[in-house]
Design a protein around this ligand. Structure first.
Ligand code: NAP
Length: 250
């Protein structure tokens, strides 16, 4: 049975998610561009994809909220059919801070936006993809971070720990659903040129740190998108439970 190629990319209005949405659309996927609050960026991206002959929809949903995630997936069911690829990409970063100054509110917000969201979206994807539940299989790609390896001391241990959780989610879920036709992998980008560094309070952070990157530069969102696309494609058909580092050698 042939499958319609349908991808849901969370947090796809800007940054790495937007570059990924363009790449999947160029490869004949029906693309769901999820965003939380920046409607303008999401609709401009959708216009661009549509003008170039691609198929996409935008869906506002806060993926840390269970009801929103359920609505996101059921909207895609109705519009394109069941999802075949999930890219868990939405994420937040808060101002640089030592752990000693972090509030419970900050830590809980970090974990619900960066971890609960991925769990909920994985759950909805598995329900639709699993061959044990009548699905046709599928692929999940989680966007983790090099921070899961470094721990980000003095800057954002909360963010780094949230990404460590994504590495463990990737490993555990990949083993849980391997016999159900679903592959689960993750990418771990290093310093990538997006708006996220401004959210951390240092828009020029990559300029400060690029001399310690072996390749001597930050990465572009498109370079991460290519790796996500490869992990989602049949070209990586024997890969599951793996982490692909994209950090210029860091
Ligand atoms: P970005 O440009 O700041 O974009 C973040 C995206 O996530 C935005 O589209 C935002 O939506 C969305 N988002 C945040 N919370 C959400 C929620 N609860 N529900 C739905 N959408 C939500 O960041 P980016 O750099 O592209 O980051 C993408 C992913 O890469 C993140 O997981 C990040 O941790 C990871 N990463 C980034 C870097 C880097 O150097 N940039 C390095 C390693 C890993 P709105 O547009 O509506 O605000």
């Amino acid at each position: 049975m042939s499958k319609e190629k349908v991808v849901i990319i969370t947090g796809a209005g800007r940054g790495i998610g937007a570059a990924t949405a363009k790449l999947f659309a160029n490869n004949n996927y029906a693309v769901c561009i999820n965003y939380k609050s920046d409607e303008k960026s999401a609709s401009e991206l959708a216009k661009l994809i549509t003008c170039e002959g691609g198929r996409c929809i935008t869906v506002q949903a806060d993926v840390s909220c269970e009801n929103d995630v359920e609505r996101l997936f059921s909207t895609v069911d109705k519009t394109f059919g069941a999802v075949t690829v999930l890219v868990n990409n939405a994420g937040i970063l808060k101002k640089q801070s030592k752990l000693v100054d972090m509030t419970a509110e900050r830590i809980n917000s970090m974990l619900s936006n960066n971890v609960t969201s991925y769990f909920l979206c994985c759950r909805e994807a598995v329900k639709r993809m699993s061959t044990e539940r009548g699905g046709l299989g599928g692929v999940i790609v989680n966007v983790s971070s090099g921070a899961a390896r470094s721990g980000s001391p003095n800057e954002y241990i909360d963010y780094a720990a949230s990404k460590g959780a994504i590495d463990t989610l990737t490993k555990g879920l990949s083993l849980e659903v391997a016999a159900e036709g679903i592959r689960v992998n993750c990418v771990r980008p290093g310093l990538i040129y997006t708006d996220m560094h401004a959210d951390g309070g240092e828009p020029e952070r990559i300029e400060r740190l690029k001399s310690i990157i072996p390749l001597q530069r930050g990465g572009q969102p498109e370079e991460v998108a290519e790796a996500i696309y490869w992990l989602a494609s049949d070209k990586s058909s024997f890969s599951t439970g793996n982490y692909l580092d994209l950090a210029g050698g860091l």
